[in-house]
Design a protein around this ligand. Sequence first.
Ligand code: NAP
Length: 319
Amino acid sequence: MPDQLGPPLPQPLFGRVAIIGLGLIGSSLARVARRKGLAKTIVAIDLSDAVRARVAELGIADEVAETPEAGVRDADLVILCVPVGANATVAAVIGPHLKTGAVMSDVGSVKASVIANVTPYLRPDISLVPAHPVAGTEFSGPDAGFATLFVNRWCILTPPDGTDPAATEKVRAFWSAAGSNVEIMSATHHDLVLAITSHVPHLIAFNIVGTAAHLEQVTNSEVIKFSAGGFRDFTRIAASDPTMWRDVFLNNKDAVLDMLGRFNDDLAALRGMVERSDGDGLFDLFTRTRAIRRGIIDIGQETQKADFGRLPAGSDESQ
Ligand code: NAP
């Protein structure tokens, strides 16, 4: 398979990059930073002894810090890769130890709350450039990461008004070199867009898998045994990390409730079509939704390949 990442950069973009939280996203970032030569030194920071030991074993960072305070000292770029709800706690610990003029970023799936929760702990000389790589899998932890996770995926930056443009540019260059297409927008707009494209779909998956589990006339073993493609896809999404998703809904409440309101209205209309045996209405809706899927394939964010016969775990070509 051709190397999707291309050769390393001639010069690193940053001297020291500290990555806090070496789970799926943080460990993927460490791997791609190493492969592409994005930093002279990659420092791994994690509160968990087990994660730090595993990162050292995997050799995906140049240094594994004993404490967050020590790890961020002298770092030019610090990237928070912890669940959104942990950002404030981590920022409070590291804030006083950040290098003068350092750039602070994150990878959280919600953006307005990160700005609100982290900014109070940052001195005026620190630039905050929040980022959200729209890339992931349902797996967690340092073994789940891989260097090509961000290739051809979007990364959305949401620098607050007044952010040093040079800092934003450096973070943009970092994500571009990791293979992402970078777009800049306001944090509130990001949260609204992601509520409908990611957060509400996850909520629906959590709900339908929960409903199947609660059915009384159909046993759990039947649900598992006869799980057709549609349900199986929902179970994959519903297997996502509970901590991460709890924090997403707690931190993007307004946008999620807004989109959920629209979803409920549309679901009621759809229910009406089924009740009335409105075949034309159902056919029109399904034709429109099929066109959306084609649009996603056309812009290269998905492949044509039939998905219902997925290969067994571990043989996913994307990894
Ligand atoms: P993950 O695999 O569960 O990794 C999270 C890491 O953060 C773990 O190493 C965890 O260490 C550490 N951590 C947890 N709570 C902490 C705390 N209170 N203080 C310090 N460290 C803590 O999660 P992930 O999927 O990489 O997600 C990380 C971030 O990326 C989240 O903000 C998420 O919204 C965002 N994101 C995720 C995806 C996705 O598809 N997964 C996609 C885009 C963005 P322990 O092992 O000790 O808990």
